[in-house]
Design a protein around this ligand. Structure first.
Ligand code: FES
Length: 108
């Protein structure tokens, strides 16, 4: 298997209703994961791009969250419509989508 050039991790963590941290599942991550599969498959990018659903990756309050490596870029607050932009501009074009990045103060 050739080494992927990019690895996309989509948080699909669930938590019980009323949990103080909430979860990406409550914020619609399933639609985000499905759209990545649809877009990557449709463009024949599965292989060069590895897609993995994952448990919590940190900032639950601003989800749905997606991490892209090797850059270590985190996208937050995504909507299904944002996925095509990330695929086109970042995964194909190599430039992270600044407008969709997690807030910089997350890492303070
Ligand atoms: S639940 Fe998705 S980042 Fe924590």
């Amino acid at each position: 298997m050739p080494k992927p050039q990019k690895h996309v991790f989509v948080c699909t963590q669930a938590r019980p209703e009323g949990h103080p941290r909430g979860s990406c599942q409550q914020k619609g991550c399933a639609a985000i994961a499905e759209e990545f599969w649809f877009q990557l498959q449709g463009r024949n990018l599965l292989g060069p791009v590895q897609l993995t659903t994952t448990a919590c990756i940190g900032p639950c309050g601003v989800g749905p969250n997606v991490l892209v490596y090797p850059e270590g870029v985190m996208y937050s607050g995504l909507k299904k419509e944002d996925v095509g932009t990330i695929v086109e501009q970042h995964l194909v074009g190599g430039a992270p989508v600044a407008a969709l990045l997690a807030p910089p103060d997350l890492w303070g």
